[in-house]
Ligand binder design. Structure first.
Ligand code: NI
Length: 155
């Protein structure tokens, strides 16, 4: 239960962390690609917007089905298809913050005895609901590091 609570707290706190991370960044910086075919800051936030509903869908399926197999997801394809590169930093940031609130509201209804239910990743790896949420929180942090790197690459 403790690792789940800690992950949920981290997921809840992340929008404020993200806001601090991009505070004072203008749209030129936010749209700069750190390297060819590497996401700009706006695209990284767009990717986070893509992931929240995907995780909620996985959670819902773990709760409703026995060992559901998750669908294949191509992060790059999704970011391009959504056209995040054409949106402003303020726009994607506001969209993510609103979405994350809905996500944590949804996750907070998970009961302790549901945390050992499992799903199956596209790769075949079996993952508990607890591990899915813990890795979801860790995913935020990998992209926070990516944003820091993208911003320092531009300076
Ligand atoms: Ni990612």
């Amino acid at each position: 239960m403790h690792d789940f609570r800690r992950a949920l707290d981290a997921l809840t706190a992340f929008p404020a962390e993200l806001q601090r991370l991009v505070a004072g960044i203008d749209d030129t910086q936010a749209h700069r690609m750190p390297a060819p075919n590497e996401w700009s800051v706006v695209e990284v936030i767009g990717h986070l917007i893509d992931i929240d509903p995907l995780q909620i869908e996985r959670v819902d399926r773990i709760l409703a089905e026995e060992r559901p197999q998750f669908i294949r997801f191509d992060p790059n394809e999704a970011v391009v298809a959504a056209g995040y590169a054409r949106r402003s930093l303020d726009d994607v940031l506001a969209a993510f913050i609103a979405l994350r609130q809905a996500t944590v509201d949804g996750l907070s209804t998970i009961e302790p005895d549901e945390l050992d239910r499992v799903g199956v990743r596209y790769t075949g790896e079996v993952v508990t609901l607890r591990a899915l949420i813990v890795s979801f929180a860790a995913h935020d942090q990998t992209h926070a590091i990516q944003i820091r790197a993208a911003l320092s690459a531009g300076n």
